[in-house]
Structures are given as structure tokens and as C-alpha cells.
Design a protein around this ligand. Structure first.
Ligand code: 13P
Ligand code: SF4
Length: 341
């Protein structure tokens, strides 16, 4: 809700239900009092500069609830970036998402607030790696997860997100797919296609997300012992052991919709804890169990660096992609939209 003027009381009311965010997502009236002036300044600056803030659900709740114009998963954020009429996009998430926005809407200024940028998946593969793979597997379609750099996308045939990876792999006109860079999602893809009776040969790269690979099946067994009727929800970046035991697997936005559409006693989300924080503010009457696992890259976004980038962006915060890379990379994102819609 970036259109209202916040007070300490309204902000505390909005964020007080967050309990799973660890120490950096802790909201007392005193903490809210320090956040309110920053939030109100950001919302005024945004109007002055004709800027919008696109945020991923993993960033801290004060960004998600108070200054973001749109919050979503990689797919939803890409669509918003493509269609916005604002002059400037502040992308409060990770760099590959901001690069995707620039690819889709190159005439806009696209800025990332933080300077600590990365993603363990996007950082796990280079263009040199793909060029070698393409030589080794010339008959394969190269399918990249959106968690890749623009330069890597430029070498691939089709892009996917966690919300459409299985459907696009099933639909794509090839029986040989090289999926990169997530080995756990690659294994989940093989299992899901088998369940769908779709016979394709899938190879995958060796990357993984350092947040999602940490979960182990014993965590689920333990939580189920304590909470027998709990609903366990997982992201497809988790290992197949986790996905097999989960009641539902989906992208971050699909998980949100699933929680909103169901009424279980409690929920255990096996994904970055910003998603649980977001749900705790949006549906405070539902119960969430679990611990906090944070993505250090997503959590590097703050009100301070958003305000600073709105006032005077630095070169390091400006996303720019050379025209050759853009020309080569955009087709694999457009192919995704064509197959996903
Ligand atoms: P979603 O597209 O599901 O939001 O996933 C992005 C991501 O980086 C998960 O770790
Ligand atoms: Fe990358 Fe993992 Fe962070 Fe998602 S949670 S942005 S995959 S490091």
C-alpha cells in the first residue's frame, strides 16, 4: 500500500503479525517509528520521478507492504515490467530479475537498490559453459531457468520460471532438453514429466540455490509429528525428497494462492521466509509454523538503499545491457510468454 501516508500506529498494525522473519524482520512500535519517515519519503519520491517499485515476495515486509507497487514471483514481475508506463523501474529483488525487466522494456531506466548482488543459481553458470555444452549436445533444446544472467539467456532457446517449467518442458517441440542451471529443479522436472507420462530426455547443469538445498526430509517428518494436520508447501528449487513429501509444490505466487484458497490447521513453507512473512501480514488469521531461512541477496534490499537510488542512482545500480546481448536474449523470454500464456 504505497498510496497511503503511514503512521507509527498503522505501520505497527500492518506488520506486527510477522513472527518468522528472524531479527531483521522484527516490528515493535519503536522500530515502526523509525521506518515511517523513510516509507513516506519513498512514496513521495516515487510520484515525483514517475517511478514504480517492483518487489519480490522475499524482500523485507516493510518494502513488500508499504512501498512496492507490485509484489510477485519472477513470472508476474516480468509481466509487470513489460507493461509498465512508468519512466523508471526500481527492481527490489535480485539482479537477474532487473536484467529481465530491462530486456523486456529497454527504454525504461531500470535500477537495483542494493550493490550486494547475486543469486547462487544465476552465478553458477557462464556463457563459456553453455557454449561448451552446446558443442557437446548439438541436438538439445537449451532451456534456462529465469535465474540466469542476460548473457546466459542470450545463448539459450527458451526461458522458464518456477511457475511454468513443467508445462513448457512438456509443450516444447523437442524430446531432448538441456535444463540449466538448477540440478534440483532438473531432477524435479524429470520426475514430473514421468508422472505426466511424457517421455523426454532431460540433462541438467550442476547449480543449486543455497537457500532451498538446505532443507532435508527429516524437517518435514519432525514438523508433521508435532502438527499432524499441517500442510507442507515447497518450491521446485527444493530437492526431490522434499517435493515428494510436500502436499503442494509451486512458484512463490502459486504457493501464496494455494494458502489463500485452502483452509488447513497450519502451513509449513519450505522456501525463503519472506514468503511466510508476507502471508502473515496478508492473512494474519492463518497459522504458519517453521524457521526462517533467508536469501542474503534478497534481504540486501532496504528502505535506505531504495531511497538512495530514487534520489541519485549510481552507475553500479543502473542496469544496462548491450544491444547484441539484448537481441539474442529477448527471444528466449518471448518464447516463454508464447508457451506459457
Ligand atoms: P519464484 O519465481 O517462484 O518467485 O522464484 C524465484 C526465486 O528466486 C526462488 O528462489
Ligand atoms: Fe537465488 Fe536462491 Fe536467493 Fe532465489 S533464494 S534469489 S534462487 S539465491
Amino acid at each position: 500500500m504505497s498510496h497511503i501516508t503511514w503512521t507509527t500506529e498503522t505501520l505497527y498494525e500492518e506488520l506486527k503479525s510477522v513472527t518468522l522473519g528472524g531479527n531483521i524482520c522484527l516490528y515493535t512500535p519503536e522500530i515502526c517509528e523509525t521506518l515511517v519517515p523513510k516509507i513516506n519519503r519513498i512514496n513521495t519520491l516515487k510520484k515525483e520521478k514517475n517511478a514504480i517499485i517492483l518487489a519480490h515476495s522475499y524482500v523485507v515486509p516493510e518494502i513488500v507492504r508499504c512501498v512496492a507497487d507490485y509484489v510477485g514471483d519472477s513470472y508476474g514481475l516480468s509481466k509487470q515490467a513489460k507493461n509498465t508506463t512508468a519512466d523508471t523501474i526500481i527492481f527490489s529483488a535480485v539482479k537477474f530479475m532487473a536484467e529481465t525487466a530491462k530486456l523486456l522494456n529497454p527504454s525504461k531506466n531500470v535500477y537495483i537498490p542494493g550493490t550486494f548482488n547475486g543469486c547462487s543459481l544465476a552465478d553458477s553458470i557462464t556463457t563459456h559453459d553453455i557454449k561448451q555444452l552446446k558443442k557437446k549436445y548439438p541436438n538439445y533444446v537449451f532451456m534456462c531457468y529465469i535465474n540466469t544472467t542476460a548473457a546466459v539467456k542470450a545463448e539459450c532457446d527458451v526461458c522458464v520460471t518456477s511457475s511454468n517449467v513443467y508445462d513448457i518442458a512438456e509443450k516444447i517441440d523437442s524430446n531432448y532438453i538441456y535444463f540449466l542451471p538448477d540440478k534440483l529443479m532438473g531432477k524435479n522436472l524429470i520426475n514430473e514429466l514421468k508422472r505426466r507420462n511424457c517421455h523426454k530426455t532431460i540433462r541438467y547443469w550442476d547449480g543449486s540455490c543455497y537457500v532451498h538445498e538446505e532443507y532435508n526430509p527429516e524437517m518435514i517428518d519432525y514438523v508433521r509429528l508435532k502438527h499432524p494436520n499441517i500442510s507442507v508447501l515447497a518450491h521446485p528449487e527444493c530437492s526431490p525428497d522434499i517435493v515428494d513429501r510436500a502436499d503442494y509444490t509451486g512458484s512463490t505466487s502459486q504457493i501464496i494462492n494455494h494458502v489463500k484458497d485452502t483452509s488447513h490447521d497450519s502451513y509449513f513453507l519450505l522456501t525463503e521466509c519472506g514468503l511466510t512473512s508476507r502471508l502473515q501480514t496478508e492473512i494474519p488469521n492463518k497459522k504458519f509454523v517453521g524457521t526462517c531461512t533467508m536469501c542474503k541477496y534478497m534481504k540486501a534490499n532496504s528502505l535506505d538503499n531504495i531511497e538512495a537510488v530514487l534520489k541519485s542512482p549510481t552507475e553500479a545500480q543502473n542496469i544496462s545491457i548491450d544491444s547484441e546481448t539484448r537481441h539474442k536474449a529477448i527471444h528466449c523470454i518471448e518464447k516463454m510468454f508464447e508457451l506459457a500464456e
